[in-house]
Design a binder for this molecule. Structure first.
Ligand code: SF4
Ligand code: SF4
Length: 109
């Protein structure tokens, strides 16, 4: 086989129908404003923890809303609760509250 010096990522499609959305629905019930997220990425761009670690807040909360919970709790533990993301969110979402809610709901998932 020819070695090109790079790998092609495996396709990664998320089957929303197959995912267990129970926790995601519970989170959205308690924080309905999260439905208004436009995935702009401002929260991640300004994130203090994201500047120091590989933490990507937008990625984690987007995956959680899709019923992908693996590793989300551990990722959210990187958050310092500084609140900068909340200041820049164009949708006025209580992003710090999102962090706490995800940790609360996924604590023993
Ligand atoms: S800044 Fe607000 S609207 Fe933008 S991705 Fe983050 S939570 Fe969603
Ligand atoms: S509260 Fe957490 S997610 Fe938001 S900017 Fe601070 S460290 Fe990042």
């Amino acid at each position: 086989m020819i070695q090109w010096g790079f790998n092609i990522n495996q396709p990664r499609a998320i089957n929303l129908d197959k995912n267990d959305r129970l926790v995601a629905d519970r989170i959205l019930e308690q924080m309905p404003e999260l439905e208004a997220c436009i995935a702009c990425g401002s929260c991640t761009a300004t994130c203090t923890a994201g500047n120091l670690t590989s933490f990507n807040f937008r990625k984690v909360h987007t995956l959680v809303r899709r019923g992908e919970y693996k590793g989300a709790y551990e990722e959210m533990n990187k958050c310092m609760l500084c609140g900068k993301c909340r200041l820049v969110c164009p949708r006025g979402i209580n992003t710090r509250g999102v962090v706490l809610l995800i940790k609360q709901e996924l604590g023993d998932y």
